[in-house]
Design a protein around this ligand. Structure first.
Ligand code: NAG
Ligand code: NAG
Ligand code: NAG
Ligand code: NAG
Ligand code: NAG
Ligand code: NAG
Length: 403
């Protein structure tokens, strides 16, 4: 059938050529036109405007992110025709896309944007069921397919989860409606092709690479950072990029040379993952216990404050290069008491969330299975005076550990 249509198309084209009825549109060329950098940029801006594409100065599609308290970063995607806009967390620690379904009456759903398949002309049913369990709750529902678009790019037909039950406090107050997973395909529930891989297969991005700038200068709806699809932007970082091979391409997992708190070696050869969907730093229990000992953290998670800058720097050595997290970035102060933005996890690997990724521009190179880190161009404010309320909220909102 498809072949037949193709053939008919060719025949129509040939007959059009034969009778000369193809329209020829004369092209005008200005005589002194120079293809200067400015001209290219101007043309690009014009084209971007025309197609409503957001791009970086060096030409890659760019999704602007909102930042809530340096703890949650999210941006808009559109699903269906006409587009229904959802705000999603772009999460490198999971691999599925899901949004609340119009069929969901859980409190966490009704506080958020719902997807109405019956209002989309491009919806296709799938119906296989899925559930994803987080420590604090579960999202469950069924799969559907529809056009999904990001950063103004053309939509691709994507299989995603329509969530019909959302239990637990996790998502009740989240500033985003759903999650768009950007980990590797083996991690995807029901082995659905993840969205970024789908974009790349449809040639909507030039290279199988994406990168994140997570600004850490506090809550802003408009420029909390950016997700660049198909490349990276050297204007956003300074100095060299340091690459590290992904050791287990499910999570964005790699092996650190060492992790030190000041002069104390916490581990050598620990695995770690880069996870934009987690706010804090999570350490394997034994290593967390060692760190908590240095600060004399009590059973409630607090320790007695002193001048924050007098505490040691946390230092991740990766591919021979030091990636420092100063105490201002991992300690939160509330009056006389302080608490760590480092918590324990029951995983074997460290989870480097926004506390780390806010300091380092990160390139997720899907094609070469490697991560690139560099210093961000300007680090904003620190965690400092965020307050215990925010901290508690961040614990609630911490995306915890699945699979
Ligand atoms: C997302 O869309 C909403 C309206 O639908 C808009 O208010 C908000 O600014 C958008 N966010 C970003 C980061 O563009
Ligand atoms: C679409 O479905 C919702 C419930 O899921 C219903 O309330 C609404 O009336 C339906 N809209 C149309 C146009 O069928
Ligand atoms: C539903 O989606 C899954 C995952 O992409 C696929 O394996 C399955 O064949 C689909 N089922 C239907 C009925 O389309
Ligand atoms: C492009 O970015 C602007 C903010 O700079 C935003 O308002 C607009 O919605 C974005 N467009 C798309 C298609 O994402
Ligand atoms: C979460 O949302 C509910 C309902 O809007 C509200 O009552 C509650 O105070 C919120 N909790 C937090 C921690 O913001
Ligand atoms: C963060 O920096 C951006 C760009 O410099 C600025 O527009 C925004 O207001 C800043 N936000 C805060 C909370 O300081």
């Amino acid at each position: 059938m498809a072949h037949f249509q193709f053939l008919v198309g060719i025949l129509i084209l040939l007959s059009a050529l034969a009778d000369g009825s193809l329209h020829r549109i004369p092209l005008h060329r200005s005589p002194n036109f120079k293809r200067t950098r400015e001209a290219i940029v101007a043309e690009q801006l014009y084209v971007d405007h025309k197609y409503n594409l957001n791009t970086t100065a060096n030409g890659f599609p760019m999704e602007q992110l909102s930042n809530f308290n340096n703890l949650q970063y999210y941006g808009n995607i559109s699903i269906g025709t006409p587009g229904q806009v959802f705000s999603v967390q772009f999460d490198t620690g999971s691999a599925n896309l899901w949004v609340p379904s119009a069929q969901c009456s859980s409190p966490a759903c009704v506080q958020h944007k719902l997807y109405y398949s019956n209002m989309s002309s491009t919806f296709q049913s799938n119906g296989s069921v899925f559930d994803i369990t987080y420590v604090e709750g579960t999202v469950a529902g069924f799969m559907s397919q529809d056009l999904v678009s990001v950063a103004g790019l053309r939509g691709v037909l994507q299989t995603f989860g329509e969530v019909t039950t959302e239990t637990g406090a996790n998502f009740l107050n989240s500033s985003f409606d759903g999650i768009l997973g950007m980990a590797f395909p083996p991690l995807a529930v029901n082995l659905v092709t993840p969205f970024f891989q789908n974009l790349y297969h449809h040639k909507l991005v030039q290279q199988p690479v994406f990168s994140f700038l997570l600004r850490n200068n506090g809550t802003t709806a408009s420029y909390g950072g950016e997700l660049i699809l198909g490349g990276s932007d050297p204007a956003l970082y300074r100095g060299q990029l340091t690459y590290v091979t992904v050791s287990n391409p499910e999570y964005w997992q790699f092996v650190t040379d060492s992790i030190q708190m000041g002069n104390t070696v916490i581990s050598r050869g620990s695995a770690a993952i880069a996870d934009t969907g987690t706010s804090l730093l999570l350490a394997p229990l034994a290593q967390y216990t060692q760190i908590a000992g240095i600060f004399k953290v009590n059973s409630q998670g607090y320790f007695r404050c002193r001048k924050i800058s007098s505490w040691p720097t946390l230092n991740f050595r990766i591919s021979g290069v030091s990636f420092k997290v100063p105490p201002q970035n991992y300690i939160l102060q509330e009056g006389a008491y302080c608490t760590l933005a480092i918590v324990s996890s029951n995983q074997e690997f460290w989870i480097l969330g926004d506390v780390f990724l806010g300091l380092y521009y990160t390139i997720f190179d899907v094609g070469n299975q490697r991560l690139g880190f560099a210093n961000v161009n300007n680090t904003g404010s620190t965690l400092g005076q965020m307050g215990v309320f925010t901290m508690l909220l961040s614990f609630i909102l911490l995306k915890l550990w699945v699979h």
